[in-house]
Design a protein around this ligand. Sequence first.
Ligand code: NAP
Ligand code: 8YV
Length: 313
Amino acid sequence: MSTKPDLLVVSPWYHVAMKELEDHFTVHKLWKTDDKAGMLAAIADSCEAIAGASICGADIMDALPKVKVIAHHGVGYDGVDVATATARGIKVSNTPDVLSDEVADFALGLLLATCRKIPHADRYVRAGKWESEGNMAFTTRVHGRKVGILGLGRIGIEIARRCEAFKMDVAYHTRSKRDVPYTYYDDLAAMARDVDFLIAIVPGGDSTKHMVNRVVLDALGPDGVLINVARGSVVDEQALIEALRDGRLGAAGLDVFDQEPKVPQALKDMTENVVLQPHQASATHETRLAMGRLVMENALAGLAGKPLITPVN
Ligand code: NAP
Ligand code: 8YV
């Protein structure tokens, strides 16, 4: 019999990092079994650690009453019921910092792709249109424009630095003003009115739900561009579809959606002014390995009764 402690993994992450997990734990992969209740019942008396990349609710905590630590894979932990975990004395961790540069790189890439129509241009060449129709229509400039960043935390500040390097005029909206050389707006719609691009990078959850609503999208306007690398819930998706469809918003680059991996057909149909990505801002080999290792270190610390490396509660 294995002497390694049991660990439940709710949903998968990078296989190389998951393999390292097996050096330390007997890993039970919940997403792989058709008999979830059976798997949970079999480890109910022994499993003290949970890890996962998406949802961890009270139902799983109910099924595993011995759990001491939930090591979440991701900096955003809106899918974890932290209130229930805290009430039960369960420690929760996330994976901050190790992905900030990656996500910031990607946000700038998505902004460039959306404004300069890089995916469209690729399709244009492949379809033979360069030869048959000549040069593609002009696109719009990125450098020197005004950008508003919704959320100026660990990732937002890295996005701001990159925008500065692109000679942009940087503004931000958060609940508390920071000591940074960027223009602060305490009102999101006012910031949206003043900028060309709005980049969302706040956490998900109730306090940010549908912050980017019709009023904000209309303030951004017909030449405005929305980039969402935060959470699908931050943007009112129906209002976004209507604004794009009616020409009240110029374009959008989206890495996250309300019902992932489902993406509304209306957005898929908008091939000219929308760039769609499969929630991949942090998804490089290097960063996913660092995230996976941080999950592992947190789970090991939690089981050893030590302080977590990156605690949430
Ligand atoms: P962070 O360091 O906690 O920063 C969060 C920022 O959002 C802070 O500046 C905070 O400032 C602001 N904020 C929070 N609630 C707000 C509200 N209600 N209104 C206005 N501003 C608010 O988090 P982070 O590490 O930068 O990560 C941010 C989020 O990015 C994550 O939670 C996750 O959802 C998302 N993310 C997405 C991907 C992806 O793959 N697309 C990857 C990584 C992260 P105040 O507290 O002053 O308001
Ligand atoms: C991951 C993320 O794709 O860290 C986050 O909050 O959204 C991404 O880095 C996600 O957590 C799945 O692991």
